[in-house]
Design a protein around this ligand. Structure first.
Ligand code: FE2
Length: 441
């Protein structure tokens, strides 16, 4: 056993933590906002200690795709009866004129409270800029300021009704960027023609290049195998040298492309260096609605993109809004659905699903590397699970949520009290699994 001494009085020590890829339990010593040291049996005193008891400590969850201007608005002014993307957009169009600054701020702040309790500490939210006045932009700029001590909130200027389809959308988008919105957004598949869609991709990529901003387009969120704007997006990313500053979100139509075209497209996406963000909870429900049977799953080609070296990060997209009646800011639920919907059940792929909602999301958002290491930011989660796969399987309880050395949230472990003759009186779901050594045989 190695003892590390000489750290002086610390602010926090997390003891007996299981870290991904590290043998044996580790102590994590935290001073101020930074990890001072990670090692076995650190000899030091701290103002606060947390015993991880051999459970997983990981970087925080990241959601690289969300719509915070619409969140928690379910039922306003009515429900989405067909469950389709297009009725969702129409319903949002009915709600938009009724939005008030106060109501959007209040709902967004409530969502952020929930997010912190779920260990979700970085969110990229699209905000509709297709119609004036820019109520959503104003509201979310205020929310970004208020939540800055606990959530990295990035905003995307999103012309929901189309850059060219909605009158004045480009002007509104530029105004939103001038006001301080971080990322350029778009929705090429919703423009009136394929040509307009392609033109919008080029224009938006040029705006991002001119302003030195990131670009994140809703791209081919459709079952139409001819919706191929991701090709233009990858081409423009390469042409303008934007690389990892660009994200193609949803990209569901790729599921319906013929295999020959996909094998030509995926290397272009990989070469461009862009990120892909699928949203499994939402697209497993929104897509395939016009199919009879068989019904397409409507998720992009996650495994093929990964194999080509593309950074793929799952997003939440919606929580209780015109497009999706469920959701709970739970990125483990997102990863869990991703495992099912792709589908991908190898040990490697399920462990990757956890990485997808932590490391890969941070990369897509252009955030600093969140790896837990000495000298790195002291932001981490203590989960009621032994490893990432178990965390995904159980949608593990977030026992402690720590950001920059401060404990933001604690949740009691999930343990049920049983009353069964001759059986144990407690069930801890994290303890109910075969031994890890047996699983990996
Ligand atoms: Fe979206």
């Amino acid at each position: 056993m190695v003892k590390i001494t000489g750290l002086g009085m610390l602010d926090l020590i997390v003891r007996n933590a299981r870290l991904v890829g590290v043998q044996g339990p580790m102590d994590i010593a935290i001073k101020g906002e930074v990890i001072a040291e990670i090692g076995p049996a650190i000899e030091a005193k701290a103002h606060e200690e947390i015993d991880a008891a051999g459970q997983l400590v990981s970087p925080p969850f990241v959601d690289p795709h969300f719509h915070m201007d619409a969140t928690l608005s379910l039922g306003l002014p009515r429900l989405n009866v067909s469950g389709t993307l297009l009725e969702g957009i129409a319903l949002w169009g009915e709600l938009k004129p009724l939005l008030t600054l106060e109501a959007v701020i209040e709902r967004a702040l409530r969502y952020c409270d929930l997010a912190v309790s779920q260990g979700l500490l970085a969110i990229r939210s699209h905000v509709d800029v297709s119609t004036a006045p820019l109520v959503g932009v104003e509201a979310l700029l205020e929310v970004r300021k208020q939540v800055a001590p606990y959530i990295d909130l990035q905003l995307v200027a999103f012309p929901q009704d189309g850059l060219y389809r909605a009158e004045g959308a480009e002007e509104n988008l530029l105004r939103a960027l001038d006001l301080g919105v971080d990322v350029v957004g778009g929705i090429p598949h919703f423009e009136r023609t394929m040509a307009d869609g392609a033109r919008s991709v080029t224009r938006l990529a040029e705006i991002a290049a001119e302003r030195g901003l990131m670009l994140d387009l809703h791209c081919d969120e459709s079952d139409d195998p001819m919706s191929r704007h991701v090709e233009t997006l990858a081409y423009e990313t390469k042409r303008l040298g934007l690389g990892g500053r660009v994200t193609g979100s949803h990209v569901t139509a790729m599921h319906s492309y013929d295999n020959y075209y996909a094998t030509k497209l995926i290397p272009l996406i990989a070469e461009s260096g862009m990120n892909i963000v699928p949203n499994p909870l939402i697209n497993i429900t929104l897509q395939g609605r016009s199919d009879t049977y068989p019904r397409r799953r409507g998720l992009t080609r996650v495994q093929e993109l990964r194999a080509a070296g593309v950074n793929v990060a799952f997003g939440q997209d919606c929580t209780m809004d015109p497009w999706y009646p469920l959701g709970s800011a739970d990125m483990l639920e997102v990863a869990h659905m991703g495992v099912h919907a792709v589908p991908m059940t190898s040990r490697e792929a399920m462990a990757w699903a956890f990485t997808s909602v932590t490391m890969n999301g941070a990369q897509a958002m252009g955030l600093p590397d969140p790896t837990l290491r000495a000298g790195g930011p002291a932001s981490m989660l203590l989960l009621q699970a032994r490893d990432p796969i178990e965390a995904v399987r159980l949608k593990a309880t977030r026992l402690a949520v720590i950001r920059k050395g401060k404990v933001l949230s604690r949740t009691a472990p999930r343990v049920a009290a049983l009353s069964l003759p001759g059986r144990p009186d407690m069930v801890n779901p994290a303890a109910y699994a075969p031994k890890a050594e047996d699983i990996t045989k």
